[in-house]
Design a protein around this ligand. Structure first.
Ligand SMILES: [Zn+2]
Ligand SMILES: [Zn+2]
Length: 87
């Protein structure tokens, strides 16, 4: 069984917060996709990461998060190797 985690930290998150807009972190206006602050159409974050308190739209499967982390570590190593080669 995989678990859902926050995409930023792979940590636990809470989903009991109300929605906030991507643009202004304000509430949606009624049942529309309008931001109550700037009245523009926008996306809304529904979750907060328990680790860093960042908002995000969708949680991620823990194995997806781990895969992504592994890839970015591998990329960092390749970048390092490339930098060494150029010296
Ligand atoms: Zn986080
Ligand atoms: Zn807004």
């Amino acid at each position: 069984m995989s678990e859902l985690v926050s995409p930023c930290c792979g940590a636990e998150y809470s989903d009991d917060e109300s929605l906030v807009s991507v643009c202004c972190t304000a509430e949606p206006k009624g049942h529309t996709d309008l931001c109550s602050k700037c009245l523009e159409h926008t996306d809304f974050f529904a979750y907060t990461c328990n680790n860093c308190n960042d908002w995000f739209e969708e949680p991620e499967e823990d194995y997806e998060y781990n895969e992504r982390m592994k890839e970015s570590i591998a990329e960092d190593r390749m970048d390092e190797a490339r930098d060494m080669g150029e010296l």
